[in-house]
Design a protein around this ligand. Structure first.
Ligand code: G3H
Ligand code: 13P
Ligand code: ZN
Length: 317
């Protein structure tokens, strides 16, 4: 199967009460690990790349690697999605490059500005006559807490999505899905030690009530697997107090209106743990295929676990 947009994927996920994993891709091993796990479990999957990933892979390499994954797994529905598109131009460039889905992240803008830029992207992406295909668009409303390269929002500014605004935003922009803020955050340090992690499922339900059948997206949804954090910390790394979203809460969210769950940090942690452990145990190794092979296997296991035990998308391809 060639690349698809997320329209039908989300419709089925919504109706059947599961979520699709949207995994960030940055190199070949990560693309391979995700798509092998998804293929073995017959799960639809979203490969998403950030502006940082596009820069790192010079744009072209990433697209070619995703195309290779499509050839390797012809039966697998794969979405190639732009993560956190900062403006219309970036979204347009990705659409013109063959992406099947884009996110326009206007969440830091005033509401009216966010509506304007999101609608502009939708008008371009949804113009089937001009583009020859329908590209799905994800918008974002509300601010996530946390720290990451291109998305920096101070904890104090964390702001949950307002259900009234969400309804108005979706109706005025025509977006196909909406990322909301209900307590998740980007990165590996989502909560302070002792703080009780809690997603505001009540806000999610209120938004779902106003937008029946409409797919909701959760960013910053890594669970920060403690077994890998421990390996990192015991083999030369330093990630004290790395804490993620409890899987039970993600499971709950995916039974509600959440159709897409974003995971990046967990893959980074699994990959890093694999490399650190391998090099610590084999100080004489210097062939990247040895330590990257182990690291790739870790990423594959994390993705398989999410699909099977958390998101519920196994056998839904
Ligand atoms: O939410 C964004 C992803 O974690 C991408 O992060 O900008 O460092 O590639 P990045
Ligand atoms: P994590 O940092 O929780 O993996 O979130 C990733 C994300 O939201 C990508 O857009
Ligand atoms: Zn994100």
């Amino acid at each position: 199967m060639s690349l698809v947009n997320s329209k039908e994927m989300f419709k089925k996920a919504y109706e059947e009460g599961y979520a699709i994993g949207a995994f960030n891709v940055n190199n070949m091993e990560i693309v391979q690990a995700i798509t092998e796990a998804a293929a073995e479990l017959h799960s639809p999957v979203i490969l998403q790349c950030s502006s940082g990933a596009r820069k790192y892979t010079y744009g072209k390499y990433l697209i070619k690697m995703v195309e290779a994954a499509c050839e390797m797994h012809p039966e697998l529905p794969i979405v190639l999605h732009l993560d956190h598109g900062a403006n219309f131009e970036i979204c347009k460039a990705c659409i013109d490059d063959g992406f099947t889905s884009v996110m326009i992240d206007g969440s830091a803008l005033p509401f009216e500005e966010n509506v304007r830029v999101t609608k502009m992207v939708c008008d371009y992406a949804h113009d089937v006559k001009a583009r020859g295909r329908y590209i799905t668009v994800e918008g974002e409303l509300g601010k996530l807490a946390g720290i990451e390269d291109d998305v920096k929002v101070a904890d104090e500014d964390a702001q949950f999505t307002n259900p009234n605004e969400a309804e108005e935003f979706v109706k005025r922009t025509g977006v196909d899905s909406l990322a909301i803020a209900i307590g998740t955050s980007h990165g590996a340090y989502k909560f302070k030690p002792g703080q009780k992690p809690r997603l505001r499922i009540d806000i999610l339900d209120e938004i779902a009530k106003r937008l029946p059948g409409f797919p909701i997206v959760l960013h910053g949804a890594s669970s920060v697997p403690q077994e890998y954090v421990k390996i990192i910390n015991e083999h030369g790394g330093m990630m004290p107090d790395a804490i993620g979203i409890p899987e039970e809460q993600l499971k709950e969210a995916s039974k509600h209106a959440v159709c897409k769950i974003n995971v990046d940090s967990d893959l980074r942690i699994a990959l890093t743990a694999g490399i650190r452990l391998h090099l610590d145990e084999h100080p004489d190794h210097f062939d990247p295929r040895q330590y990257l092979g182990d690291a790739r296997e870790n990423v594959k296991q994390v993705v398989a676990h999410k699909i099977k035990d958390v998101f519920g998308s196994e056998n839904k391809a």
